[in-house]
Design a protein around this ligand. Structure first.
Ligand code: AMP
Length: 211
């Protein structure tokens, strides 16, 4: 039997992916919120799940430690996912990658300071629009940076915009629309083609019903 390992981003994406997986007959036998097991067996004998940090999903799939991954487009853009197939937009965990500045802040002329955990995305965006930007890497609480004078602007994902608003910031430019994607290891796609294609078809059917 060809075993398949699917790596799923923890948290919001996992919660949104569960119903999709369930419709493909994949239900974890242990509840990952209660179990400490890192590899979860499922109701499909040939499928295991690993629930990991979002930023680790492309790495697992790239190296073939997982055949398939479910990750946000934000993480894939930042990782640089050229080495992966990205056959399916799952349309879950949607949000927007945006710039944001303090409400009413004057426009900055010349070089700007940008705080973000999405260094690569920010660099590409600002160089693409011809703005000189000094990118400051943070690992969290980006909203704080403009409030304490660390940066003029942030680049972050925005859903409702409530987090920005609560911190006196407003969304400005849209960099990319984000949703979760299914990614596949290139070698797995060849070696385990039948079983992976079968899964892709099942996901596609479920998604078509949702539209
Ligand atoms: P918001 O609804 O805009 O207040 O979003 C709250 C926070 O959750 C944001 O600062 C983001 O960091 C995070 N967030 C919202 N939606 C997503 C998503 N789809 N994927 C990853 N992070 C998200």
């Amino acid at each position: 039997m060809n075993m398949l390992t699917i790596a799923v981003s923890k948290g919001r994406i996992y919660d949104d992916a569960l119903p999709l997986l369930e419709e493909a007959g994949i239900v974890p036998i242990d509840d990952p919120k209660k179990s400490r097991k890192l590899i979860l067996r499922t109701t499909r004998d040939d499928v295991n799940l690993v629930i990991i940090r979002a930023t680790d999903v492309p790495t697992f799939v790239e190296y073939g430690a997982a055949d398939i991954g479910i990750a946000g487009k934000d993480v894939l853009l930042e990782h640089g996912a050229e080495s992966l197939y990205e056959p399916l937009d799952l349309g879950i965990a949607k949000c927007r990658m945006m710039t944001a500045t303090p409400v009413g802040a004057p426009e900055i002329k010349g070089r700007i300071r940008v705080a973000t955990k999405y260094v690569k995305i920010a660099q590409q965006y600002f160089s693409g629009i011809g703005v000189q930007a000094e990118i400051i890497k943070l690992y969290g609480a980006m909203e704080l940076a403009p409030l304490v004078g660390l940066a003029d602007c942030i680049v972050d994902v925005v859903d409702t915009g409530n987090t920005l608003k609560a911190n006196g910031l407003e969304p400005k430019e849209l960099i990319a629309n984000i949703s979760s994607r299914l990614v596949v290891n290139k070698a797995s796609m060849k070696i385990k083609h039948q079983v992976i294609q079968g899964l892709l078809d099942q996901f596609k059917k479920t998604l078509a019903k949702r539209d």
